[in-house]
Design a binder for this molecule. Structure first.
Ligand code: ADP
Length: 496
């Protein structure tokens, strides 16, 4: 058997290929950025052909640069930016239009119309999702209704729809498949029956002939065309990026949770075999499923819009730091925020507030307030928002987490991680391998092919780099949260 698993990590701004060793350590990485297209305000597109070209190029490069032969690869795992929508011709492989990226808001009006028709409850019950332009379903409907000739071709069965995982797999091996985690982000997939939902397809007027077959996240779906990488390699793992990161963090049993501190924060909590319906506007989603034993794990998911982006604003908007990592020393130069609370509601507030009209606020300033206090308050705001999402998860699931596993750029900030532990009252744990997204895809592929023997083996591979224990007295933490919630009220409905 091969010595490595090759993970293809197709993200929003770059395509990456990472080779993992059996120990879970990284052997090598190759990465290439690609163009972001903004044809109109609120629209975001990618050239699907460029995504495929860049993904293949980095896969070839990581092998070549490190002298790794195809025979050394046991299997391929794929993880991808979620929800991004591609439609292509089954014969020629040509996309009919640019891919519509998850961030694209062009179908917000269509989503308003679905809500006005009273369809939100039905959609949430079947898909676990809140009706939103974010998900693939309305993007696909838009392509069918707006790209000339697409609907009749789709009805004749000439076209294929897929998220980025499907698009890459089609190009790698010719199969038209997706996995349950990616399917659960389309707003067309019933997460309870694990099938495409006819009622939703009718509602959005989508021909079933477009849809990929839904496979397990861990299981072989095909073998790569030999001329691409030098051998026919099994494609054996598929998961959307956040689900893959949760797997890579070995959050494999109910009550385990991870938070990724990137531009925004993405928190997922494993709820096991139970798909927990949210009453707090969180999403219910498939985590992953296995070919063997038909095992599917569900998650609750919540996101924070302004995570690391708050620190970007300190850098680019306010100009008080030159680089994001500088924020830590600046914030540490004072012992506390001096009463300042920063509510980074620049684009409204997500769970549990769901206030699109909230706007950013910095309250509690005095003549003694300096940029250091504001920097510290900005960091604290990331932790407060995370507490809010976790509390919503707790309310929905009645599961109390024992620790929070963390990754992403801003998770490198020790001050933020300590404050996070203080506010949550549970340990915050940072792993030694922080490439959790690619690692999760590798694990799913390696489990399917016997490269790794069991999820137990994976759990024991997961290594702590640093553990942050809650150190602040509970009463003091509670006071902090009370001030935060008061400040949030001041920032609410400002534009309405
Ligand atoms: P993404 O995948 O969303 O691009 P990353 O995981 O690469 O995000 O993290 C980048 C984000 O982390 C940026 O928003 C940046 O401001 C923030 N960031 C990076 N380093 C630090 C740090 N030391 N402290 C706080 N925030 C940081």
């Amino acid at each position: 058997m091969g010595k490595f698993i090759l993970a293809l990590d197709q993200g929003t701004t770059s395509s990456r290929a990472i080779l993992f060793e059996r120990s879970g350590a990284i052997k090598a990485v190759a990465q290439e950025e690609f163009a972001q297209l903004f044809p109109q305000p609120g629209w975001v597109e990618h050239d699907a052909a460029e995504i495929w070209r860049s993904q293949l190029a980095v896969a070839q490069k990581v092998l070549k640069d490190h002298g790794v032969a195809a025979a050394d690869i046991a299997a391929i795992g794929i993880t991808n930016q979620r929800e991004t929508t591609v439609v292509w011709d089954r014969q020629t492989g040509e996309p009919v239009a640019h891919a519509i990226v998850w961030q694209d808001r062009r179908t917000a009006g269509l989503c308003d119309a679905l809500r006005a028709q009273g369809k939100a409850a039905l959609i949430q019950q079947k898909t676990g999702l809140v009706v939103d332009a974010y998900f693939s379903g309305t993007k696909l409907a838009w392509l069918l209704d707006n790209v000339p000739g697409v609907r009749p071709r789709a009805e004749r069965g000439e076209l294929a729809f897929g998220t980025i995982d499907s698009w890459l797999i089609y190009n790698l091996c010719g199969a038209h498949v997706t996995d349950t985690s990616n399917a659960s982000r389309t707003m067309l997939f019933n997460i309870h029956t694990l099938r495409w939902d006819e009622e939703l397809l009718t509602l959005l007027n989508i021909p079933a002939a477009l849809l990929p077959q839904v496979a397990a996240s861990s299981g072989t779906v095909g073998h790569t065309r030999p001329e691409l990488l030098g051998a026919a390699l099994p494609i054996a793992g598929i998961a959307g990026d956040q689900q893959a990161a949760t797997f890579g963090q070995a959050c494999l049993s109910p009550g385990m949770a991870k938070n990724t501190y990137g531009t925004g924060c993405f928190m997922l909590m494993n709820t096991g075999k139970q798909a927990v319906a949210s009453r707090n506007n969180l999403l219910t989603t498939v985590g992953w499923s296995f070919d063997s034993g038909l095992q599917t794990d569900y998650m609750l998911e919540g996101s924070v819009f302004m995570g690391g982006a708050t620190i970007q604003w300190l850098r680019d908007g306010l100009g008080i730091i030159k680089t994001a990592p500088e924020v830590e020393a600046l914030a540490m130069s004072v012992t506390d925020t001096g009463g300042v609370v920063f509510v980074p509601a620049f684009t409204g507030l997500g769970a549990p507030y769901w206030d699109a009209y909230a706007r950013g606020a910095i309250v509690g300033m005095t003549r003694g307030t300096t940029r250091a206090h504001i920097a510290r308050a900005a960091l604290e705001s990331i932790a407060y928002q995370t507490v809010d999402v976790l509390e919503a998860m707790h309310k929905d699931s009645a599961i109390a987490i024992k620790e929070l596993r963390v990754d992403g750029g801003a998770a490198r900030n020790d001050l933020l991680m300590q404050f996070q532990a203080d506010m949550l009252g549970v340990p915050v744990v940072r792993p030694s391998v922080t490439e959790t997204t690619a690692l999760g895809a590798a694990y799913l592929a390696g489990l399917a092919t016997g490269f790794w023997s069991s999820t137990e083996e994976i759990s024991t591979q997961w290594r702590i780099e640093r553990r942050f224990e809650p150190a602040m007295p509970a009463q003091q933490a509670k006071h902090h949260l009370q001030l935060w919630r008061k400040a949030v009220e001041r920032a609410r409905s400002l534009e309405n």
